[in-house]
Design a protein around this ligand. Structure first.
Ligand code: NAP
Length: 311
């Protein structure tokens, strides 16, 4: 199948593009002149690159020539924000532009990545844009599979693992509440399901919350990281959602997220993993398996950078 991957230089999109190549699909990637094509590794030689921008409708029709399916895994990156672009521009209008061009060019399938918790009740710019994009896809007339992940392991590597190592023996997580549930998953497993959904009739016209087999709270995750790192910590306390939102409201310039974004994503994100198993039938990586390789790697990298002696 001739597949256009949009976001092929992102974490999820590059994994999907590589898997699509190994499954024998003919992959075209929409990239910008600034995109890091090395994210595709050895698959670069087998991918056709076309330069364009989802906010430039003219570039999309050219890019979609002969394409049967699109895999869309985009987000408002820091680079896009520097250009003055908003969530509504990139994550809503960008997707609408793709749908419009896709309809004109006869695209038959769209695979899209949104997020668990996105819905009509959302109040933030980020989740509203994702919800509008989902709605546009569902109403497009193009066969679709929308994936809504409940957190991804890759984020633990950059934030949770180094922070637990830096905090050492403690019982308090200073960044957020610890009681909300999630079913996190590897972005590689997500990408595998995305590629499978191109041809899997069970995934046709479905909006799927997707997560791994482990339903854990953030406190569970932190304690698992500490144990794997050999740190004598036991997380029993976090910061309440209300307190975090009040902090951001009193000094908005200090917060990484806005009060509305915190309102939307600090929620329980339990997923019924058996639904996903029934459709895709793959074996997902567990949290314990992921941490077993990720925690020593992060410890090693931190020790090398002189941030923390290896335990
Ligand atoms: N991380 C999580 O836990 C999590 C959880 C739930 C959902 N998600 C969602 O999963 C999706 C994929 O995330 P990710 O981490 O793989 O993202 P990422 O690594 O930041 O990749 C984003 C991609 O979007 C492309 N892009 C952005 N603006 C574009 C534009 N105007 N035209 C063309 N391409 C554009 C980027 O291209 P360049 O390389 O050229 O910048 C890049 O390839 C996102 O929608 C995210 O919100 C993530």
């Amino acid at each position: 199948m001739k597949v256009l991957v949009v976001g092929a230089t992102g974490d999820v999109g590059s994994a999907a593009a590589k898997i699509a190549v190994t499954k024998g699909h003919s992959v075209r990637a929409l990239v910008r002149s600034t995109s890091n094509r090395d994210k595709l590794g050895e698959a670069q030689d087998k991918v056709e690159f076309v330069e364009g921008d989802i906010l430039d409708p003219g570039s999309l029709e050219r890019t979609l020539e002969g394409v049967e399916a699109m895999i869309v895994s985009i987000r408002l990156t820091p680079g896009e924000m520097q250009k003055g672009r908003t969530y509504k521009d990139v994550e809503e209008q960008g997707v609408k532009n793709l749908l419009e061009a896709g309809r004109k060019k006869g695209v038959k399938k769209i695979i899209h990545v949104s997020a668990a918790g996105v819905g009509p009740h959302c109040v933030s710019d980020m989740y509203r844009a994702k919800h509008q994009a989902e709605e546009a896809i569902r109403q497009s007339g193009i066969d679709y599979t929308i994936f809504k992940p409940s957190g991804m392991f890759k984020d633990f590597q950059f934030f949770h693992i180094p922070t637990v190592i830096k905090l050492g023996a403690t019982n308090k997580w200073p960044s957020s509440p610890i009681e909300f549930h999630m079913n996190p998953l590897s972005h590689l497993d997500l990408a595998q399901c995305m590629v499978d959904a191109l041809t899997n009739p069970k995934a046709s016209n479905k909006t799927l919350e997707i997560g791994g087999p482990d339903c854990i709270t953030q406190g569970d995750l932190l304690n698992m990281i500490a144990k794997e790192a050999g740190i004598n910590a036991n997380y029993t306390e976090g910061v309440s959602k209300e307190e975090l939102i009040a902090r951001v409201k009193s000094s908005p310039q200090k917060g990484f997220f806005t009060a509305e974004q915190l309102q939307d994503f600090l929620i329980d994100k339990k997923i019924d993993h058996s639904v996903i198993q029934e459709i895709f039938g793959i074996r997902f990586q567990t949290v314990a398996e992921y941490l077993k390789q990720a925690v020593p790697a992060v410890k090693e990298a931190m020790a090398k950078a002189g941030q923390q002696p290896a335990h």
